[in-house]
Design a protein around this ligand. Structure first.
Ligand code: KG4
Ligand code: ZN
Length: 347
């Protein structure tokens, strides 16, 4: 560890996780997360007001927990990074207000960053610096995009393609609900699929026709196909083979995601493919993409599953890169931006 690199505190409150991370350079010192997911489960989805209140309660204790974990005092922090968007407006506001207060009280610069770029930058904590461009497959509850990233943690990126309808994580959540598995659906489908046959049901691969955009995704047709298939079984009075449906649905999603991401890297002549976002925690997506990268001669970078889902470490990781490259800090009057464009890395 190089003690002369700035110590960055990152705050994440865009959805239902209050995350506080502490990073020095690309070294992770603390990753404290308080989740309100259990409070939302009975509603089958995140309730914004409940999330905001939970953030408010968890914010200060989670900051203290992160400092204790890192063995640092708040006064040691050199910069504050926070998710400014995209996400739930009320939830983002709690983190942004807290970050401004810490920046003001500690007299340290504030970096109001994009949640999606943070999902990409977190890779540096697990896989170390990368001095080349990469293609990033960013797959979360709200987004599914293929990005060209000249430098991980930099302010430039190009979106090569995105989903035309549901995000991959959203499809996991909706299919889990219709299978009665619960919320959030991604990890539950991942687990149920382990006991199933991924070739049991041939679900459609959206946007893979000869005339379809090779960089775009569509998952709503797949979700409907799963619903129809399950309904047909129920109407016939036959039991629904949940594990097989989960495995076949999961395969349809990850087959398309990994194929398009690998193709984007190969066609752009870029050697590194990076996976980020909650869906990157999916065991089958990781496995299949690793196989395809090996075959295509690509190098795969994917953080450990716990850093794929929302956390504060990713925000600190991006903040540390911005500080290291001399980015201009954000003004203390920046707003939370629930629909912050993916290409705006820093407000
Ligand atoms: O990045 P994230 O934690 O929050 C957002 O920014 O949206 O992603 C959450 C999404 C949810 O839809 C969740 O079901 C999905 O990621 N997810 C998974 C897995 N773990 C989380 N999807 C598939 N397999 C998983 N193991
Ligand atoms: Zn996220």
């Amino acid at each position: 560890m190089s003690a002369d690199q700035p110590l960055v505190l990152g705050i994440e409150t865009s959805c239902d996780e209050t995350g506080v991370g502490i990073v020095r350079g690309t070294e992770l010192l603390a990753d404290a997360v308080a989740s309100s997911v259990a409070e939302h489960a009975r509603f089958g989805g995140v309730v914004p007001e409940v999330a905001s209140r939970a953030h408010l309660q968890a914010m200060v204790p989670t900051v203290h927990r992160a400092c204790a974990e890192a063995g640092v005092a708040l006064s040691d922090i050199d910069a504050i990074a926070v998710t400014a968007g995209p996400g739930l407006a009320g939830a983002l506001l709690v983190g942004v207000a807290a970050a401004k207060a810490y920046a003001l009280a500690l007299d340290k610069p504030l970096y109001a960053v994009n949640h999606l770029s943070a999902h990409v930058a977190v890779d540096l904590l697990d896989n170390g610096p990368l001095d080349q461009a990469c293609i990033a497959l960013l797959v979360s509850g709200g987004h599914s995009s293929i990005l060209r990233v000249p430098r991980v943690g930099g302010q430039e990126l190009t979106e090569l393609g995105a989903t035309l309808d549901d995000a991959a994580g959203e499809a996991f959540d909706k299919v889990a609900r219709l299978l009665g598995l619960g919320f959030p659906g991604g990890p539950l489908i991942d687990r149920a699929a382990r006991d199933g046959d991924r070739d049991a049901i041939a679900f459609p691969r959206g946007m893979t026709g000869a005339r379809d955009d090779p960089m775009a995704f569509s998952f709503s047709g797949l979700k409907t196909a799963v619903a129809r298939w399950v309904e047909a079984r129920e109407r016939a009075g036959e039991p629904v083979p949940v594990a097989d449906v989960a495995a076949s649905f999961q395969e349809a999603v990850v087959d398309v995601l990994s194929a398009k991401a690998v193709r984007a890297a190969t066609e752009s002549g870029i050697e590194h493919l990076l996976l980020g976002g909650g869906v990157a925690a999916n065991s089958r997506l990781r496995e299949l993409t690793a196989q395809r990268c090996e075959r295509a001669g690509l190098r795969l970078r994917v953080p450990r599953p716990g850093l794929c889902t929302d956390n504060g470490a990713m925000v600190a990781a991006l903040g540390a890169q911005l500080v290291a490259h001399g980015a201009t800090p954000s003004r203390l009057d920046i707003p939370a931006d629930s629909s912050m464009p993916i290409t705006d890395v820093l407000s």
